[in-house]
Design a protein around this ligand. Structure first.
Ligand SMILES: [Zn+2]
Length: 251
């Protein structure tokens, strides 16, 4: 009876100690979110240990196990050295990973979401504007998981929105035209530049977004609007948000 093995690429999103010397790892893979185990990896003699760092992209060989599949080989494909060395970038990676965890199911095959997360890690490692890369990631992830906020048509009357629109409704999931502002009394005020930025982030590729020159106030406003929407969807704040706020302020 042959052992069943398979290969996959993965991003390592979380690691926790288990047993005497094992580690359970949360992975993002093209085949979905997956929990696997690395046996004996906390021993100094482990050959695997140096190839399973948090927030690296790896090629894995796994054996199918009863509870968890078991990592038998690992090779690093991208170590994202800057991302892991700089605290603000690292905090972005924690946040991106937690958001992925919230919006994906175990073993739910979704290569596009995996590719998005890998692309985002690359940007968080190299971009001059990791915060914009994170905003772009949030909107792409919302789109791919069916929660795309409506930024082009009034969420109440479906009329095309103009620059006069200035209310974003987290609970209705989009922007209100001036006539329907009162449809959600808890809707947030949104400036013209923040509205334009959100629409831009939703429609443009990352390379274009990264090169934008924007005031800190506009960036911060776009962050607050998206955070309010995500909080509404998830019914809570992510654990990594406090760390993100702290680390990005130090920068
Ligand atoms: Zn309307």
């Amino acid at each position: 009876m042959g052992e069943r093995i398979y290969r996959t690429e993965a991003l390592i999103l979380r690691r926790s100690d288990a047993g005497e010397a094992d580690r359970v790892m949360l992975l993002a893979t093209p085949g979905g979110k997956r929990r696997v185990v690395a046996r004996g990896v906390r021993k100094t003699t482990s050959k695997l240990a140096g190839h399973l760092e948090l927030f690296t992209r790896v090629g894995l060989l796994l054996a199918i196990g009863r509870t968890f599949d078991v990592i038998t080989q690992s090779e690093i494909r991208d170590s994202y050295a800057t991302l892991r060395a700089e605290l603000p970038r690292l905090s972005c990676a924690y946040y991106a990973a937690e958001l992925y965890d919230c919006f994906s199911q175990e073993d739910d095959e979704h290569p596009e979401i995996y590719a998005l997360l890998a692309q985002t890690f690359t940007a968080l490692d190299r971009s001059a504007n990791p915060d914009l890369a994170l905003r772009w990631y949030e909107l792409r992830l919302l789109h791919l998981t069916g929660y795309r906020p409506q930024l082009h048509y009034c969420i109440v009357c479906q009329e095309a929105l103009t620059e006069a629109a200035s209310r974003f409704s987290p609970s209705l999931g989009g922007v209100l035209c001036p006539e329907h502002e009162s449809a959600d009394r808890a809707a947030l005020t949104m400036s013209g530049p923040a509205f334009r930025l959100l629409r831009y982030l939703q429609s443009q590729p990352l390379a274009v977004v990264e090169s934008l020159r924007l005031s800190p106030a506009v960036r911060s406003e776009a962050e607050s609007l998206l955070r309010a929407y995500l909080r509404r969807l998830l019914e809570r704040d992510l654990r990594s948000v406090a760390f993100l706020d702290e680390a990005m302020r130090i920068e």
